[in-house]
Design a protein around this ligand. Structure first.
Ligand SMILES: [Zn+2]
Length: 267
């Protein structure tokens, strides 16, 4: 678990492993009921894998220790799932093995390396490979593992996350918070100014720091795109430009129409 996955850093992933160890050490494992259920591997269906582990597709908060965020997987399926970016044809062949009803550990037991290489070459040519049925499986083709991306950029890209890393509060929560804060006229004007220029106002760049890792391919500020709508819902008339006034001390806005990446370090 020392690598990024689905746009989450290894630190973000590791934090949940630590949570699990903490829960198990405390004896408070009710939240881990699914992981302790003894269910088969979610990929290959092996009812009694030699060794099992868990795999998460979604490390956003709030984290869930059950599908569709976390899945019981055997060690073989888990290893191949993470290696799929480096060995895409091997992964495609492995998927055929799973669809044919094979258990994870049977993949190399039943199919020699030369045979697998021949099949992978066939797949790479765009030709079909049909594996003999090992055992019947009721699959819809829509299982979460059947359509996993092979795009390496997904390992680090924020767009690969199933959800924002931190969920955005809803409009009611913002409204309540604003009422509690009771901003002054100057503060209101400052907020108003930035809300109207979500693609350019530097201070806003620090707000989406959580949802967007520094390695995200998109300017983090793009995540702000939906905010003005929220503000308008909370504060009718908020975005009326004729009422805007930039308070003193507010950074100058860039040229109209320009979009630049905000430096999160502020330098
Ligand atoms: Zn498996």
């Amino acid at each position: 678990m020392s690598k990024p996955y689905n746009g989450y850093t290894w630190q973000q992933r590791h934090a949940h492993s630590q949570d699990r160890h903490r829960l198990e050490a405390s004896g408070d494992t009710s939240i881990l009921a699914y992981l302790h259920s003894g269910k088969p591997c979610e990929l290959c269906g092996d009812p009694k894998p030699a060794a099992s582990s868990w795999h998460a597709e979604d490390y956003s908060l709030s984290f869930t220790w059950e599908p569709p965020g976390t899945f019981i997987v055997c060690k073989t399926c888990h290893g191949r799932l993470h290696k799929r970016f480096n060995q895409p044809w091997d992964w495609r062949l492995y998927l055929l093995h799973l669809r044919a009803g094979g258990y994870g550990h049977e993949f190399t037991q039943r199919n020699s390396l030369p045979q697998r290489r021949t099949w992978m070459d066939t797949l790479a040519k765009g030709e079909a490979v049909v594996l003999p049925t090992i055992r019947k499986r009721d699959l819809t083709g829509q299982e979460w593992w059947q359509g996993l991306t092979l795009e390496p950029e997904s390992l680090i890209a924020a767009w690969a996350r199933p959800r924002p890393f931190r969920s955005r509060p809803d409009t009611e929560a913002y409204r309540a918070a604003l009422q509690a804060v009771a901003p002054s006229e100057r503060e209101r004007a400052l907020l108003q100014f930035h809300a109207c220029q979500p693609a350019a106002a530097p201070p806003c760049g620090s707000l989406p720091r959580g949802p967007s890792a520094p390695t995200a391919p998109e300017p983090p500020i793009l995540n702000m795109g939906g905010w003005p709508t929220d503000w308008e819902n909370m504060w009718p008339g908020f975005l009326m430009r004729e009422t805007m006034a930039r308070p003193s001390g507010c950074p100058s806005s860039p040229k109209a129409g320009s979009r630049r990446i905000v430096n999160l370090n502020g330098s």
